[in-house]
Each structure stands twice: as C-alpha cells, then as structure tokens.
Design a protein around this ligand. Structure first.
Ligand code: SF4
Length: 408
C-alpha cells in the first residue's frame, strides 16, 4: 500500500511538471517524492503544497520557498504557473530586474489570470531609489507593470549597504504608501554588511520585513546570529537569499556534492534545507528562469527529512576549508581603503552572480551602471591595502581584473 502511494506521488510530480528528459533532476525529485505525506496536499490541488511559515509581523503565511524572478518572465510564464500549482505563493521581483521584463511578465500573468492575484504574496523593490520621490515614481510604475493596485511587501531600498540609506523620509513614505493602500508592508533588501543592517533595523520603527543574504557560511557567524535573533524578537519577517553561497571549484566542493548525493539531495537542495532549519527564517528566495531548478527546489522543501548532525558538521567543515575564497560582503572594510573605487565589494558581488548563480547578463547590467570614469580606472588602482585588510584573504586585484574582462 505504501509503495503504491509512493508511486502515485512520483507520477503526480512528473505529470504535473509535464516535461520529459530531465534526467538526473527528475531522479532527485523521484527520490524525494515518496517522502511527501498525503496530508500536505491542498484540498483544491492534486499536488502536494510546499509548507508555509508566517513572515513576522506581516502575519502572512508565505511559502517557505519564494520564487525569485530575476529572469525574463514575459517569455517564461510556465515558471509562474508551475510555482502556484505547488503552492509557491511568494513571488519576489524588483523594479530593476531584467529591464522591467520581470515585473511586466508577472503583470502579463495577472492580466490573463486575475483570480490568481489574491493567491500571491507579491514583493517588489524600488531599485535605484535614493529618496521618497524616487520610491514613489518606481512604485507607481511597478503597479502598472504588474497589473495590480497593491504590492504585498515593498522594499523601499533595494540593496541596502548601510542603514543610513533607510532614512526617516523613506520610512515616512512607506507609512504613507501603506495608508494609501498601495503597499501592505514595507522593508528593505540587503546584500552587504548584513549583520549591522539587521541589528540596526531591529531597533527601528516601520520595518516589517527584510530580504537578506544568508546561507550555510553565515550560520556560525555570531554577529549575524545575534542580528537575526534581534529582528526575530522585533517581529521583523526574514527571508533568506543567496542561499547557495559561492560555488568554489575545489576537491572540498566535490566532497560536499558527493556527501549530500549519498543522503539523497543535491548540494543545492541541502543548502536550502540548511537555511530553513532555522525557523526564524520564513522563506528561502531562490530563483532563475529554469524549470528544472524550480523542480529541485520544490522537492527540497516538500521533503521532510531533517538534516542530521553529520550534515551540519559537513557544511561547517566545508565552509571553513573554503572560506578563503568567499567574499562575506563586509564592504565597509575594503571600500574604506579604496576611495578611488567605492564599488569594489559591489563588483565582487557581481562576479558572484556571474560565476555562482548563472546570471551573467544581470552581472553585466549592474557592472554597466558603474560610472564610466570609475570603470575605466579599475585596473589602475592599487588593491594592496584592501587585500591586506580583507578577512577572507581574497585576491581582490585578480577578481577585479576578471570582472573587467568578463563584465565590461
Ligand atoms: S573583498 Fe574582503 S573585505 Fe571586501 S567585502 Fe569581500 S570579504 Fe569583505
């Protein structure tokens, strides 16, 4: 009887995705599907639904997997359809994603399926906004692009490097946008100096939720842990992004992959599970316009297997052995001695998109926004002092040279 149920679950998973020839990806989903319990099925859907958690003081129950939409959604509507079929109701976009094609694609979906709007917890961000006026104009345009009259959660600062960017003026503007019912909740996203930013936000009024870089490399960082706890106690909803860390091609990397395959997961699935083991994190935002990755990610959160102590140990050892190759986004350290190039830590992030997240176009798009005089001077700068201060001993000059070669 149990075998029969497992077979049905495997069939449902494959049938629902409706694609053949995914080879190893399907094999992983097949491994995981048997563990899905019948009671997880939504009454209205034949598919199991990914679990949900409450996103802090927003009080909204969101899917533990958020669909990141840093891709051309206009041409990839299937990602939205499949996400909803499996209960991935948390969609994350931004004004600046793919030149507007991410928001426009979601708008196209809502135009065709207006009844789906209320099912989705929709997030967007005021990319590039420096003040309330910028945020207002971006929000107005995003609402039009998205074919909706409200956004569930709006990040008034997209890529907050320092908490001073979240000015009183912006907080007041967020309150006003809520009163006008254009947004329901307000916050920011942060990729750099995350621990400082989260800790500061926990003491501020007006921040409902934060999207922050958080992955297995940061789970042992006490400063980050304290900041997460402070936000949690303040009721600020937390979503993790960049859950995959940076892929570093070493023998340790191969060992990590083999270890988790022997446990029945891909390395990427294990990294998502690792982040979600922390119940203070409501959701993991993962996303590229790739259906096979979406399948793997859904399978990871549907699977109930808990990571064992040996898995946590394996991650810790791997993080320690490979920490020299990872930029921990502590930009205040290197940027402070590189006054001619205030974009150094940003460029390292762009190279992470290029090398580890399969997002070369986005990396080039961001690089192109650096003022031309700064870009043209990047190879003339002495990075010695920054390399000496870098706690990760990164070869900053070499990475910048690689960025100039690949992103220019
Ligand atoms: S390059 Fe080094 S100092 Fe700069 S943000 Fe990365 S880890 Fe920190």
């Amino acid at each position: 009887m149990k075998e029969k149920k497992n077979l049905i679950n495997r069939r449902n998973l494959l049938k629902s995705f409706g694609i053949a020839g995914l080879g190893s990806v399907i094999a992983r989903a097949e491994d995981i599907a048997p563990k899905i319990k019948e009671q997880e099925k939504d009454k209205k859907s034949k598919n199991p639904q990914v679990p949900r958690r409450v996103l802090g003081k927003t009080g909204v129950s969101v899917s533990t997997l958020a669909l990141g939409t840093l891709f051309n959604v206009i041409e990839n509507q299937i990602m939205l359809r499949k996400a909803l079929q499996w209960g991935v109701n948390y969609w994350d976009t931004a004004y600046g994603y793919t030149g507007g094609n991410s928001e426009l694609g979601i708008g196209k979906f809502f135009k065709k399926n207006p009844e789906k709007r209320k099912e989705v917890f929709l997030v967007s961000k005021a990319s590039g906004a420096k003040n309330a006026e910028d945020a207002e104009s971006r929000l107005q345009e995003s609402l039009k692009r998205l074919n909706t009259d409200y956004i569930d959660l709006y990040y008034g600062v997209h890529v907050l490097n320092d908490i001073s960017q979240m000015s009183d003026e912006l907080i007041k503007w967020g309150e006003s946008a809520k009163k006008r019912k254009l947004i329901k909740h307000f916050g920011f996203s942060t990729h750099k100096n995350m621990a400082d930013n989260l800790m500061a936000a926990s003491k501020m009024k007006g921040i409902d939720a934060i999207l922050s870089t958080y992955n297995f490399r940061l789970t042992k960082d006490q400063k980050m842990q304290d900041a997460i706890q402070a936000c949690h106690e303040a009721g600020i909803g937390l979503t993790a992004m960049k859950t995959q860390g940076v892929k570093i091609e070493t023998s340790e990397d191969k060992e990590l992959t083999e270890h988790f395959l022997s446990r029945g997961f891909t390395e990427g699935q294990a990294k998502i599970k690792m982040v979600l083991e922390d119940k203070r994190i409501a959701s993991a935002c993962v996303g590229r316009g790739n259906l096979s990755h979406l399948i793997q990610n859904i399978a990871a959160v549907l699977d109930k297997t808990k990571l064992a102590k040996e898995d946590f140990d394996f991650f810790e050892q791997y993080a320690q052995k490979t920490c020299d190759g990872y930029c921990t986004a502590c930009g205040h350290i290197c940027d402070s001695v590189l006054t001619d190039s205030p974009y150094t830590s940003e460029i390292l992030r762009y190279m992470m998109y290029y090398n580890s997240y399969g997002e070369p176009d986005y990396a080039r798009e961001l690089f192109a926004k650096i003022p031309a005089d700064v870009r043209n001077n990047l190879l003339n700068i002495d990075y010695n002092q920054a390399e000496k201060r870098c706690p990760q001993n990164l070869p900053i000059a070499k990475i910048i040279a690689e960025a100039v070669e690949k992103l220019a």
